[in-house]
Design a protein around this ligand. Structure first.
Ligand SMILES: C[S@@+](CC[C@H](N)C(=O)[O-])C[C@H]1O[C@@H](n2cnc3c(N)ncnc32)[C@H](O)[C@@H]1O
Length: 296
C-alpha cells in the first residue's frame, strides 16, 4: 500500500550522532534549516511539560474564523475535502494495530481516542461514528463551542467530550488514551518537540499516535502557501508560516525522542482534475505519520 514508507525510516536514537549517521537526514543537517530552534527542547525527562504549546498569534487566526468550521466551501474546505483520505489512513493503521476489523461499521468500538487541536470537530465526529469514545480538545474556546453545538445534533456524536484545553494540561490531569491524534496542528504550536512529548505522555504504553502536517520543502512553499493562500484563495493569507513546517525526518526524530516510534507514513496528494486527495508515497507536501508508544 502507498502508505508503507517505514523502510525509509530506520529506528532513530536520541543523539545528534545518529542524525548525522543517517544519510537521509544528513542532507537536512547540512542545510541551515535544521538549525531549527522550534525542534529542540532541553527537558526531555519529565512526563509533565512545564512549557505551553500555545502560540497566541496562531490561535488568534483560528479564533477569527471559528464560525466557518462547518462551511464546506469556507476557509476549512481543504480539511473537509481531505477528511475521507486522512480517515482512510487512520482507519487502516489503527485497525491493524489494535486488531480491529476495518470493514465493519464501527471499527473503533472500545477505543479511547483524543483529537488534539480538534477545531470544530471535523475529525472527532467521524471517529465517534466509527465507534470510538472521543475527547476533542482545542485551545480556542470558540472552536469548542462550535464543535459542541454541531455534535449535539447527531446521536452518535452527542457523547463526544469537548474541552477547551491543551495536550499539556491533559497530561497534568493524568489522562491517557489508546490513540492520540493531532492533525494539522503541530505547525501552529509554540514548541513542536514539547508538543510531541505531551502527545506521547497522553498515549498508553503500546498505544498509537497519529500526526499530520506539512513538509518544509520548496514544493510546499509553492503549493501550500503561494498557490493555496495567494492564487486559489483556499486559505486566508498568512494561515501558514513556511518556517514553522517540519520535514518528515524532523517529525520522526522528535517523536522518537518522545518515545513514539513511527511505523508508517503517507503523503496526501491533491488531484486538481478530480478535486480529490489520495494517499501516496509522495511526502513532499502534506504527510501523515502513525507511530506507537514504546513500552516502558
Ligand atoms: C488547522 S486546524 C486543524 C483542526 C483539526 N485538527 C483538523 O484537522 O480538522 C489547527 C487547530 O489547532 C488548534 N491549536 C493550535 N495550537 C494549539 C495548541 N497548542 N493546543 C491545542 N489546540 C491548538 C487551533 O485552534 C486549530 O483549531
Amino acid at each position: 500500500m502507498a502508505s508503507k514508507l517505514l523502510n525509509r525510516f530506520p529506528t532513530l536514537n536520541n543523539t545528534a550522532y545518529h542524525i548525522l549517521s543517517l544519510p537521509f537526514l544528513r542532507s537536512t543537517v547540512a542545510s541551515p534549516f535544521l538549525v531549527h530552534t522550534r525542534l529542540y527542547s532541553e527537558d526531555v525527562s519529565s512526563r509533565v511539560s512545564n512549557r505551553s504549546s500555545l502560540n497566541q498569534v496562531e490561535l488568534a487566526k483560528f479564533s477569527s474564523i471559528a464560525d466557518t468550521w462547518w462551511d464546506a466551501e469556507g476557509p476549512f474546505k481543504p480539511l473537509h475535502v481531505m477528511n475521507p483520505t486522512r480517515l482512510a489512513f487512520i482507519r487502516s493503521t489503527l485497525c491493524r494495530h489494535f486488531q480491529k476489523d476495518p470493514y465493519c461499521a464501527r471499527p473503533f468500538e472500545g477505543l479511547k481516542i483524543v483529537d488534539v487541536g480538534c477545531g470544530g470537530g471535523i475529525l472527532s465526529e467521524p471517529l465517534a461514528r466509527m465507534g470510538a469514545t472521543v475527547t476533542g480538545v482545542d485551545a480556542v474556546e470558540k472552536n469548542i463551542k462550535i464543535a459542541r453545538l454541531h455534535s449535539e445534533s447527531g446521536p452518535e456524536t452527542a457523547n463526544i467530550e469537548y474541552c477547551c484545553t491543551t495536550a499539556e494540561k491533559l497530561v497534568e490531569e493524568q489522562r491517557e488514551f489508546d490513540a492520540v491524534i493531532s492533525l494539522e496542528v503541530i505547525e501552529h504550536v509554540a514548541d513542536p518537540a514539547e508538543f510531541c512529548k505531551s502527545l506521547a505522555a497522553l498515549t498508553v504504553s503500546n498505544g498509537a499516535t497519529v500526526v499530520s502536517t506539512i513538509n518544509r520543502s520548496m514544493r510546499s512553499y509553492a503549493t501550500a502557501i503561494i498557490a493555496a493562500e495567494y492564487i486559489l484563495h483556499w486559505l486566508p493569507k498568512g494561515t501558514h508560516q513556511w518556517s514553522n513546517f517540519l520535514t518528515p525526518q524532523e517529525l520522526v526524530l522528535i517523536l522518537q525522542r518522545a518515545s513514539i516510534t513511527v511505523q508508517e507514513m503517507a503523503g496526501f496528494v491533491y488531484n486538481p482534475l478530480t478535486g480529490q486527495w489520495t494517499l501516496s508515497d509522495d511526502i513532499s507536501v502534506n504527510f501523515i505519520a502513525f507511530g506507537t508508544k514504546n513500552s516502558q
